[in-house]
Design a protein. Sequence first.
Length: 135
Amino acid sequence: MTHKRDKNEILDVVNYKDGWLRDMVKDVTKRSTAQQVVIGGVSGWVSGYLFIKVGKLAAITLGTSILVLQIAQHKGYVKIDYSLLQKDVETAKKVLEKQAKDHYPGVLETLKRFFKNNIYLAGSFTGGFFIGMTF
């Protein structure tokens, strides 16, 4: 008998019961040091490369927006109230810090522990990330 799958079947990999990402990382951490270095380096290189490509686009967009805003202010099209802007930035900063603490408690400590326990994998990922940023 053949089992037909529903066309609209959804696989929720984020909330998967056994945590496939956690299992994959545990599997990598049990490998030899050389394999950890290779896996960490390659994944870091890819991450760094993608980070720079996306970052360049974001930097160009943000920089252009700031230049246009400065020109508009200089020409008198826009008047910026810097004290109000500073107040709004501080308020947004406080809200973001509170939400980060509420929604992601202990993330920094978990990352520190992971780096400490998997120094070869984490170190090679970091090195690969910086190498990927150069391309």
